[in-house]
Every structure is written in structure tokens, then in C-alpha cells.
Design a protein around this ligand. Structure first.
Ligand code: PMV
Length: 363
């Protein structure tokens, strides 16, 4: 697949207006994407668990307009007009217009809400951009009806491709339960252009894996991920890091097949700490972890050493901690989280999530 294949043939149907709703989840990377080339192409392959409960629900209402000279849209979050979201969506529309040539021919009303608190420090860009990309794909489907029925696999692939142009990691939110984005030698079908469902065996140990997200800091990040990705250019350890991501993904294939949770935990924690090490060793350098992030990590390590429980953590580009563990150990580990970790969360807040299976259309 190349970009060209996402340029549609001329649309066959006239559609005056309509409305479509999609819900799309967030995802948490196990092998991290950090560093990108032009056009939102990743410097290294990554893999993520799709989440189940942290979602964005977006309704896109569209009506044909007479003047196709410019984009015309309005955005609402929880029913409230959000003009400050417009520039990000305009950039997204500009990037995807070659692949969705109907964009300037319609007025769009984008109504969106998240199932997780807005200021939770959980990025809504992955769920938000994937939900919007899916809504746009449904509009394209309407316009194409009668010529070719768009196959689900192509629909998902193009939705992922479009979502990537909005926010890189958003391309991993269309499907589940594990999604790979970025070309990897050992993973058939993997591509830098879009995310693909992980194609190999996954041991039952990793089914229904739990993710309890500890909201250590709910504030805005001091450094955006866009700035962070760019700091990987000329980063002294960049080349080695990109190579390591390839190696870790290769090792993960074996772990996922064998069900070796101890090795899984070692790998995901190393990935999380490496991500933050890259931030701490860029120029300018920055630290997104907070003192309570380290408190939580140390408590997890102590509890693991004492009980041999299969509890591990990962981090995204922020201070919050994703505590990952198998469903079979949920009772013991939730007791530990409630007794020892929740005290380090801002306002005692945390979110219980688990592996999910991707986006779905809401009728
Ligand atoms: O999709 P972005 O540009 O917000 O970057 C996300 C980067 C990490 O969350 C830190 C890692 C990842 O692979 O999701």
C-alpha cells in the first residue's frame, strides 16, 4: 500500500445531508513510538493495547454547501462550542483533504464527548482523532455507495491512515486487541502508513489484561508530544533507541506467544523508562514524571518483590501511571492499588480499564 491508494475514485452518489456517530477508544503503547519523520511517519514500529472504557464518542452532522472554497465546520465538546479546537482540526482537514475530496463541499458539525474526565491528563487525541476519521470514512462510504462496497479491511485501513495524519498514535485505536503501527521485519502486513491488528498468537494470559490508570497529575503537560517527537531529531541516542524498539517488538512476539508474563513486565517497564529517559536526555531536556509517579513505581516494585504478583506499569508522555496486570490476579492487585497507590493520585482519582477490541459505529 502507498498513500496513492487512499485517493478515492470520483464519488458516484449525491448526498445532501446526514449524520453519523462513532465511538473510538484510547490505546496504551507497550513498545513506544517516540520520534517521527515528515507526514506523521514513525521513526520506529510500536505496539499497543487498545483500551475498552476510555473512549471518545463523536457525532458528525454534514450538509452540502454551495461554496467549496474553504473548510466550514464547528466543534462542540460536551455540548459546548469549542473554537480553540478548530485550528487542530483545520490542520487535520488540510492533511487529509487529498484523500477525502468531499471535505470542502460540506458544512460539518462535530459533537464530541469523552468517557474519561477532560482534564485527567489522559490524551484524548488518539480516541478523538480516530473517532473523527471513522465518521469521515462513513460519509465517504455514503458518497461511494452503488459503485463499490468498501470492504471492512480497507475501511479500517484508511480510517487508521487518516487518524494517523491527525495524531500518530490515533492510528492504533481503530481495532484491537493489540495493534502494530510501523514497518517491522517480522510482522507481516505492518506499515508506517497505518496500524494493523497484531497478526500472531496471543497467549490466554494476555487476554482481558487489566489497565488501572492512576491519575497522578491531571494538569496540562508542560511539553506537548509534538515537541517531544521533534526533539528526537539530532538526539544523541536516537539511532540506538529506534533499533531497540525493533528488537523489543521482536522479543515481544515470543513473549505474547509463550505467555511469559515476567518477561512481558520487564519489557514494558524498560520501554516506559526508556521513553522518559529520551525526554531527559534531549536538548532541551524535560521531565514529565512527578514525585508521585516515582512513589507509585517504587511501591509496585516492592509489592512485586514481596508477593511475586504479576503487576507491572507503563507510562505515556505524562505523569500518570498505567498499572497492567492479568485478570486472574485482579482481586489481589486491586486491593493493593486501593490500599497503597490511590493515595498518590490527584484527588484519589483512577480509572479501571482493560483490553478492548476497537471502535464501533453507534446507531
Ligand atoms: O500520538 P502522539 O503524537 O500523541 O504520540 C504519542 C507518544 C506516546 O504516547 C508517548 C507513545 C505511544 O506510542 O503512544
Amino acid at each position: 500500500m502507498t498513500e496513492q491508494q487512499f485517493i478515492p475514485p470520483p464519488y458516484s452518489k449525491f448526498v445532501d445531508s446526514g449524520s453519523v456517530t462513532w465511538q473510538s477508544p484510547s490505546n496504551i503503547a507497550l513498545v513506544k513510538y517516540w520520534g517521527k519523520k515528515h507526514h506523521q511517519l514513525p521513526e520506529n514500529p510500536s505496539i499497543s493495547f487498545t483500551l475498552n472504557h476510555c473512549k471518545t464518542i463523536t457525532t458528525l452532522t454534514y450538509s452540502k454547501k454551495a461554496d467549496p472554497s474553504a473548510f466550514d465546520f464547528e466543534v462542540f465538546l460536551d455540548g459546548e462550542k469549542k473554537d480553540d479546537f478548530k485550528s487542530k482540526i483545520k490542520t487535520f482537514f488540510e492533511r487529509v483533504e487529498p484523500y477525502l475530496p468531499f471535505l470542502k463541499h460540506y458544512h460539518f458539525k462535530i459533537e464530541t464527548r469523552n468517557t474519561f474526565p477532560h482534564s485527567s491528563g489522559i490524551a484524548s487525541s488518539a480516541s478523538g482523532m480516530s473517532a473523527l476519521a471513522l465518521c469521515l470514512m462513513s460519509v465517504e462510504n455514503e458518497l461511494s455507495a452503488g459503485t463499490s462496497t468498501v470492504e471492512t479491511s480497507f475501511f479500517n485501513q484508511k480510517a487508521s491512515f487518516l487518524a494517523r495524519l491527525g495524531s500518530g498514535s490515533a492510528c492504533r485505536s481503530i481495532e484491537g486487541d493489540l495493534v502494530v503501527w510501523g514497518k517491522h521485519q517480522q510482522i507481516e502486513g505492518s506499515s508506517d502508513l497505518y496500524g494493523v491488528k497484531y497478526p500472531y498468537n496471543i497467549h490466554p494470559n494476555f487476554k482481558q489484561y487489566q489497565d488501572t490508570i492512576l491519575l497522578v497529575d491531571k494538569g496540562e503537560k508542560q511539553v506537548s508530544s509534538t515537541v517531544g517527537h521533534n526533539l528526537m531529531h539530532n538526539h544523541p541516542f536516537a539511532a540506538k533507541r529506534f533499533e531497540q524498539a525493533h528488537q523489543n517488538l521482536e522479543v515481544l512476539i515470543t513473549i505474547l506467544e509463550s505467555g511469559d508474563i515476567k518477561s512481558f513486565i520487564q519489557l514494558i517497564e524498560s520501554e516506559a523508562l526508556t521513553l522518559h529517559a529520551m525526554m531527559m536526555t534531549s536538548l532541551p531536556f524535560f521531565i514529565l514524571m512527578k514525585p508521585n509517579t516515582l512513589e507509585v513505581i517504587n511501591r509496585i516494585w516492592k509489592f512485586r518483590a514481596e508477593t511475586n504478583a504479576n503487576i507491572g506499569f507503563t507510562l505515556d508522555a505524562g505523569a500518570n501511571v498505567h498499572v497492567l496486570y492479568p485478570k486472574a490476579e485482579a482481586d489481589q492487585i486491586m486491593d493493593f492499588i486501593k490500599n497503597e497507590l490511590v493515595g498518590f493520585c490527584q484527588g484519589g482519582q483512577y480509572i479501571c480499564d482493560e483490553i478492548g477490541f476497537g471502535a464501533s459505529r453507534v446507531s
